[in-house]
Design a protein around this ligand. Structure first.
Ligand code: IPM
Ligand code: MN
Length: 357
C-alpha cells in the first residue's frame, strides 16, 4: 500500500448525479483493493437542493475546504426549480475559476461496442482528445447592460484572452500530445476563428506558433471552428489532439460527445496541472431530472470520469484498468448507451464493471 492515501472530495450533486456517483465509488473501492492503494472520501451536499434550502450555491469556506483534497469528483449539477445559470455560475464555474482549473480535458473515444451516429466509422476512427481552455473567453463574466429593459437596450459580453492564459493551455496541450504519442503520428490542431476574431484569436495563433517551435516532433495543424465541425463528422480520424478556446471548446465537445455515443459515456476533467493544484472530474451529462431515482441512467460516463481522476492523481494503472473494464462491459454486456435502453440497470452496469476489473 502507498504511504499517503488519496484524499477525494465527492460532490454527488443533483438529479441522477448521486446515482451515477455511487457506481463510480463502487468501482473505485474495487480497483483500490486490486491495485492496492488507500483512499478516503468526504462528501459535500452542494447543489440545487441545498441552494433551495439555504440560498447559497457554495457555503463560505467551500473553496478553501476543497484545497485540502487531492482531487474532486462531481456527479452533476442542475435542478429544475433553480433558474438556469445560478448553479452553473455559482458552483461549477466558480470552482473551475477559483481553483484555476485551466485545462478542460475531454477525450472523444468510441468505446468497443458503442454505436456512433456517424455512418461507417468505428472505434479506430473516433479516438481523439480536446484540450479546452477553461478560465477565459466569454466565460469570464465581463459585460453588462445599458438601458436595460428599454427599446435602446445594449448588452455586451466580452471575450477576454490573455497571453498567460492561452500559453499555459497551449503548452500543456503540446506536452499532452507528446505523451499521448499517437502511433499514427503526433498532431495538435488549434481550433479557432482567426479570420474573424482578429484580435483574440490572433493572440492564440501567435502563441500557438511560438510554443510549437519547442515541439518539432508534434505536427502543428489549424482548423477554423466551423470547418472543424464538418471534419469531426466527416473525418474524425484526422484528429489526435485539439486545443481550443473555452467557448468553442464547449460547443465542439458536445459534438464530440454525440459521435462517441452520447452523454451516457462522455467524461471530462477540469485540471489544474500546477504543483498543489486541485483538479475536478465529472461526467459530461447533466442531472437528467426525468430519470432521477429510476435506476436507468447510464453510469459509464461517471465511471470514466473516475478513471480519469485516478489517471491524473497518481494512480494511472488503476485508471487504465477501469478503462479496460468499461470497454469489456460496453463491448459485450450493454444493449445501448441510452438511459432506459441499456439492457441492465444503473447499478448492474456498475457491478459489471467491477466484475470486469
Ligand atoms: C460543460 C457545461 C458547462 C460549460 C455549463 C454547465 C456551464 O456545458 O461543462 O461543458 O459551459 O462549460
Ligand atoms: Mn458544455
Amino acid at each position: 500500500m502507498s504511504a499517503s492515501a488519496l484524499k477525494l472530495a465527492i460532490i454527488p450533486g443533483d438529479g441522477t448525479g448521486p446515482e451515477v456517483t455511487a457506481e463510480a465509488l463502487k468501482v473505485l473501492a474495487a480497483v483500490a483493493r486490486l491495485e492496492r492503494f488507500n483512499y478516503s472520501t468526504k462528501e459535500f451536499d452542494w447543489g440545487g437542493e441545498r441552494y433551495l434550502r439555504t440560498n447559497e450555491t457554495l457555503p463560505a469556506g467551500a473553496v478553501e475546504a476543497l484545497r485540502e483534497f487531492d482531487a474532486i469528483y462531481l456527479g452533476a449539477v442542475g435542478h429544475p426549480e433553480v433558474k438556469p445559470g445560478i448553479l452553473e455560475k455559482g458552483l461549477l464555474l466558480e470552482l473551475r475559476f477559483q481553483l484555476d482549473q485551466y485545462i478542460n480535458l475531454r477525450p472523444v473515444k468510441l468505446y468497443a461496442g458503442v454505436e456512433t451516429p456517424l455512418a461507417g466509422k468505428t472505434s479506430k476512427d473516433i479516438d481523439f482528445v480536446v484540450v479546452r481552455e477553461n478560465t477565459e473567453d466569454m466565460y469570464c463574466g465581463t459585460g453588462g447592460f445599458l438601458k436595460k429593459g428599454t427599446a435602446d437596450e445594449v448588452a455586451t459580453q466580452t471575450a477576454v484572452y490573455t497571453r498567460k492564459g492561452c500559453e499555459r493551455c497551449i503548452r500543456w496541450a503540446f506536452e499532452y500530445t507528446r505523451k499521448r504519442n499517437n502511433p499514427k503520428g503526433k498532431r495538435l490542431t488549434l481550433v479557432a476563428k482567426t479570420n474573424v476574431l482578429t484580435f483574440g484569436h490572433d493572440l492564440w495563433w501567435r502563441t500557438f506558433e511560438s510554443v510549437a517551435r519547442e515541439y518539432p516532433d508534434v505536427e502543428m495543424d489549424y482548423n477554423h471552428v466551423d470547418a472543424c465541425c464538418m471534419w469531426m463528422v466527416k473525418n474524425p480520424e484526422h484528429y489526435d489532439v485539439i486545443v481550443t478556446t473555452n467557448m468553442f471548446g464547449d460547443i465542439i465537445t458536445d459534438l464530440g460527445a454525440i459521435i462517441q455515443g452520447g452523454l451516457g459515456v462522455a467524461a471530462g476533467g477540469n485540471i489544474n496541472p500546477d504543483p498543489g493544484g486541485v483538479s475536478m472530474f465529472e461526467p459530461m451529462g447533466g442531472s437528467a431530472p426525468k430519470y432521477t431515482g429510476l435506476n436507468v441512467i447510464n453510469p459509464i460516463a461517471a465511471i470514466s470520469a473516475m478513471s480519469m481522476l485516478l489517471e491524473h492523481s497518481g494512480q494511472p494503472a488503476a485508471g487504465a484498468r477501469i478503462m479496460k473494464a468499461i470497454q469489456v462491459v460496453t463491448g459485450t454486456k450493454m444493449a445501448s448507451q441510452s438511459a432506459g435502453k441499456m439492457g441492465c440497470s444503473t447499478s448492474e452496469v456498475g457491478n459489471l464493471v467491477v466484475a470486469a476489473l
